[in-house]
Design a protein around this ligand. Structure first.
Ligand SMILES: Nc1nc2c(ncn2[C@@H]2O[C@H](COP(=O)(O)OP(=O)(O)O)[C@@H](O)[C@H]2O)c(=O)[nH]1
Ligand SMILES: [Mg+2]
Length: 466
């Protein structure tokens, strides 16, 4: 029987499999809008935004019927501190943030029954190294799914995503449980007019460019989503907007919505209301809200409901539901297999050696299921993107198909309407392609090829022996 570390790990995996909530990590560079998105998802402003000390610490949000905050220091035992009013992270963690490995905010928030949400500080120094990133990476590696947040993505996002993927080699993260989020869309371009057409174009372009790294890229106006879904927007904010709408001519409106500074200097409402509206909604949100009031919307409920539709959050929630929740079992199985890996080869007694060898055989069988190989293929794709895995174009397409497929694995690479009779020949062609590559003298390529050949073979036999 199992003892020591092996027993602990297996117990932890069993407990993890029994956990109802899927762990969703939110990653991306500093200031990408991660914490703002976390608050929108939770419908409650619990995560600290902007550069306070708390934003440098990995923060878990999980369900508990009591509101409390658990602090895990880098050395020494974990301890509890009272949460901030409203349930969030308190300013005082009992020691400097640099000495804290992670914070767990426990709140009775219904969303957390479905998802545990992990807010990470940022991956900026991924290429340069640094203590924060180690924490973020460790947190990301223990999650079932990732939202990768990027304001107007550029080359650096592709690089950090590729580096992230390489660093996560062996974790359960696959393409299909990594979703890109194009954030802060209200700040795209010159910041005027309707940002959505441009946001949709950019998101589509990046979804194509990051194919093989993320399953899709969804644009959102995070600040607006936080205000629309959260608990901070009040009736008095609705009144302030109403006053503002009545007191502004189109010309004055154009002027105050020109920049945050102009709004703070000139908006014809009290100074406190100006600052509050700006931090709650941003200029885009204020402009949209004023237009809603012009059209007769009154009261916080009606205004926030309409703003929600303009925030894009529902498309993200729907996509999370389909790609994360519906695949939860596969994602969890992947995480479990990954977590068991480190203890499989170090038995401390003969009985344990027997038990571990049985466990290894079972896991090997599971690992060969095409659905569970997707994270391995995601890693291979990242290697390809980084120029370390030389693949001919048809092979790249195979790899993308397998890594991103969300259908019956047997249909991978075929149009959805292809008749079943075509499946074995299509798989057959791919088996031959990968068998050729398997004899390549470059070891990484031949190893990858073996894995893909095996997958296509299992697809082939799946159809041969129904
Ligand atoms: N205008 C605008 N500002 C945003 C948006 N999302 C976040 N911000 C602001 O950007 C800053 C950084 O956001 P935060 O969520 O703390 O980023 P993080 O470092 O990735 O967690 C904060 O001041 C937010 O209010 C957005 O959609 N629009
Ligand atoms: Mg943050």
């Amino acid at each position: 029987m199992l003892t020591g570390r092996a027993a602990e790990t297996v117990d932890a995996v069993v407990a993890r499999l029994a956990e109802e909530a899927l762990r969703v990590a939110v990653g991306g560079r500093v200031n990408a809008g991660k914490s703002t998105l976390v608050n929108a998802l939770l419908g409650q402003s619990l995560a600290a935004t902007d550069a306070t000390e708390c934003t440098t610490v990995v923060t878990w949000f999980r369900y508990h019927h009591h509101n409390r905050v658990e602090v895990t220091p880098r050395t020494g035992p974990a301890y509890h501190v009272p949460s901030a009013p409203g349930g969030g992270v308190p300013a005082d963690l009992g020691r400097p943030a640099a000495q804290v490995a992670r914070v767990a905010v426990e709140v009775s928030n219904a969303v957390l029954k479905r998802h545990t949400v992990v807010d990470t500080p940022g991956l900026d120094s991924l290429t340069g190294g640094g203590a924060l990133d180690r924490d973020s990476l460790a947190a990301l590696a223990s999650c079932d799914a990732l939202l990768f947040v990027m304001p107007h993505p550029g080359q650096r996002e592709q690089e950090s995503l590729t580096a992230l993927r390489a660093a996560m080699d062996g974790s359960g993260l696959a393409v299909r449980n990594t979703l890109g989020v194009l954030s802060r869309i209200d700040q795209l371009g010159d910041g005027y007019g309707d940002p959505w057409p441009q946001a949709d174009r950019i998101a589509t372009r990046y979804a194509a460019r990051l194919r093989g790294l993320v399953s899709d890229v969804i644009p959102i106006a995070g600040l607006l989503a936080e205000a629309a879904l959260g608990d901070s927007f009040t009736e008095s904010d609705a009144f302030a907007l109403q006053d503002l709408a009545h007191a502004t001519s189109p010309e004055l409106r154009g002027r105050i919505l020109y920049s945050p500074e102009d709004f703070l200097a000139e908006a014809p409402v009290g100074g406190e209301a100006r600052a509050r509206l700006l931090s709650l909604l941003g200029l885009y949100g204020i402009g949209e809200a004023l237009a809603l009031v012009d059209d007769g919307a009154r009261g916080a409920v009606r205004i926030t409901r309409a703003l929600r539709a303009r925030s894009g959050i529902d498309r993200l929630l729907d996509t999370m539901r389909t790609t994360f929740t519906e695949d939860a079992d596969v994602l969890r199985a992947q995480s479990a297999i990954t977590a068991l890996d480190p203890v499989l080869w170090s038995p401390s007694t003969p009985a344990e050696a027997t038990a571990l060898s049985a466990l290894r055989a079972t896991l090997d069988r599971l690992r060969r299921l095409p659905a569970l190989r997707q994270s391995e293929y995601a890693t291979l794709l990242a290697e390809f993107h980084a120029g370390r895995l030389p693949l001919p174009p048809p092979a790249v397409q195979d790899l993308i198909d397998l890594a991103t497929a969300r259908t019956d694995p047997a249909r991978v690479g075929l149009p959805p309407t292809a008749p079943t009779s075509e499946i074995p020949p299509a798989a057959d062609e791919r088996i031959r392609r990968w068998r050729r590559l398997e004899s390549d003298y470059r070891l990484p390529l031949s190893r990858a090829a073996q894995s893909l050949r095996e997958t296509y073979e299992s697809i082939y036999y799946h159809y041969k022996t129904p």
